[in-house]
Design a protein around this ligand. Structure first.
Ligand SMILES: Cc1cc2nc3c(=O)[nH]c(=O)nc-3n(C[C@H](O)[C@H](O)[C@H](O)COP(=O)(O)OP(=O)(O)OC[C@H]3O[C@@H](n4cnc5c(N)ncnc54)[C@H](O)[C@@H]3O)c2cc1C
Length: 486
């Protein structure tokens, strides 16, 4: 008699789930387990939780959906609040477990938990089987060893495109025999995780509901019923509405969708509809996602250090007042503030928005990029440790692929990506009456143009917190000095 546990983490699905399929194929009885780890919900020194309410709410919904799925198959998902390395060994004894299956992670905190857990269950002679998943291309199929993963994404991508293939999705089990009696466990509410109840703003780009079926439904909508994939490359840099990009990131981050499932759908679309730059570009973006995970595997914890992968000693400021203006969207630059409001109120922001606000934090305010990364970590419902810290390293100019001091001028970006000002007016009601592109620089309006404006709502907009041009010059000097002294 073989009893197996499947330890679920950021892989909350049954399709294309190798640990689950292996457990079902090799063991008589199987249960799933998920732990809400209190270390993920602590209050950070900056004054906000490591996982904020919006993200936690999404995670709870994903866990609930997986629990339902496993119950439909005949088994269950046990849900606890506690450290996996405390809970799972105890459960292994109580349920006479022979093997624990799970998807491997490569970020330091996650690996630490794996090591601790392995040490503890080893004593009880329980086998601990970690399996590579999460990526489009399997680690074993890379055309280079981890130590030689190219430092430039383009080099990485070209090698992969030439030499690697994507494996087929793993078929989901049809039924699962549980270990009985099944322990009764319950999903926590936000308060049990130390968080306050919150409602998502109804202006959100999408009503993101957690769970595998919801993620699959989004693919159905984006690819098939609305045929939006056809123009993905042309629209992906927009900021307003549900349709400009897939919005799959939250389901990918929690593992409700597997990237190989998306890949299979792209291939099916190419075979039945059209193969074009847009279908290619979606796979291209999924390769970026892979790349940051592989880069963390290569470089490890340095990606979290203030000097980043480059180990660059930039004299960042840690001015918490300036940071607070950025965090809550009160910098006086409407494009920055609209994006930061969207993040604060919904837990989502477009890719274009993320690049612009990250550049503003590091290149205009000259603030420590870790503050920004931690706020994104707390707030983004699609937070993924690899994509977040990889992109922040890149945005701050300290990543592996660093290209010196690269800067997004938010006014120029506004003219290009919100040329009529619709996005800004949508998120900043105080500026709703300023028509056209002028809404991006309310501080530059003449007094005769101010008659219609709601001064109470828009009072943050008359004194921007920095001079855009002067601040970027000053921070470029600071950055270049660090580069010289390297
Ligand atoms: C500073 C910063 C922080 C970020 N933090 C995260 C994060 O925590 N989690 C996260 O999933 N993405 C992060 N991104 C990447 C990107 O902004 C989001 O993946 C994207 O906006 C999600 O929307 P979408 O699913 O509609 O993307 P689409 O344009 O539809 O792209 C499809 C998928 O490709 C992947 N992808 C796209 N762009 C990137 C990218 N630049 N890096 C890695 N993967 C990408 C995502 O999985 C995405 O779901 C960050 C980007 C920046 C600049």
């Amino acid at each position: 008699m073989q009893n197996a546990l499947v330890w679920f983490r950021n892989d909350l699905r049954i399709h294309d789930h190798e640990p689950l399929s292996k457990a079902v194929n090799t063991s008589n009885k199987v249960l799933g387990i998920y732990c809400f780890d209190p270390r993920d919900y602590v209050l950070l020194p900056a004054g906000f939780p490591k996982t904020g309410s919006l993200r936690a709410k999404f995670i709870i919904a994903c866990v609930a959906a997986l629990k339902n799925k496993l119950q439909e198959l005949g088994s269950d998902l046990l849900v606890y609040v506690g450290k996996p390395e405390d809970i799972i060994p105890q459960l292994c004894i109580e349920l006479a477990i022979n093997e624990v299956y799970y998807h491997r992670e490569v970020a330091p905190e996650e690996m630490h938990v794996e090591d601790e857990l392995e040490n503890r269950i080893f004593k009880h002679k329980v086998k601990f089987s970690g399996i590579w998943g999460h990526t489009l291309f399997n680690l074993d199929d890379l055309p280079f060893p981890v130590k030689r993963i190219p430092e430039l994404f383009t080099d990485y991508r070209k090698s992969i495109e030439r030499e690697s293939t994507v494996r087929a999705c793993i078929v989901a089990p049809q039924s699962i025999s549980p270990i009985t009696p099944i322990p009764i466990t319950q999903l926590p509410c936000l308060q049990q995780l130390g968080l306050t109840e919150i409602t998502v703003d109804n202006r959100a780009v999408l009503d993101f509901k957690g769970g595998e079926d919801e993620g699959l439904a989004r693919i159905e909508e984006y690819f098939w019923s609305k045929n939006l994939l056809n123009n993905y490359k042309e629209t992906r840099n927009e900021m307003l509405g549900a349709n400009y990009s897939t919005k799959c990131s939250a389901w990918l981050a929690m593992g409700c969708l597997s990237p190989r499932k998306i890949y299979e759908e792209v291939k099916r679309y190419e075979n039945t509809h059209t193969k074009n730059d847009s279908t290619y570009w979606l796979i291209f973006e999924l390769m970026w996602r892979d790349y940051f995970r592989f880069i963390m595997l290569k470089h490890g914890s340095v990606m979290f250090n203030v000097g980043g992968i480059q180990n660059l000693n930039v004299k960042w400021k840690n001015n918490l007042d300036l940071f607070e203006c950025w965090r809550v969207g009160k910098t006086g630059f409407p494009l920055i503030d609209a994006n930061m409001q969207e993040l604060l109120l919904t837990g989502f922001m477009s890719n274009r928005g993320r690049q612009i606000v990250a550049s503003f934090l590091t290149k205009n305010l000259g603030l420590n990029w870790q503050l920004g990364a931690r706020w994104f970590q707390s707030q983004l419902i699609d937070y993924d440790v690899y994509s977040n810290y990889g992109n922040w390293n890149y945005a701050a100019g300290i990543g592996n692929d660093a290209r010196g001091f690269r800067y997004f001028n938010s006014i120029k970006q506004a003219a290009q990506y919100d040329s009529n000002g619709d996005y800004v007016r949508y998120w900043l009601p105080g500026l709703a009456k300023i028509s056209g592109v002028r809404v991006h620089q309310p501080y530059a309006l003449k007094s005769s143009e101010l008659l219609d404006i709601d001064f109470e709502l828009s009072r943050d907009y008359w004194q921007p917190i920095v001079d855009l041009e002067k601040s970027v010059k000053e921070n470029e000097r600071i950055f270049n000095a660090a580069f010289k002294n390297k």
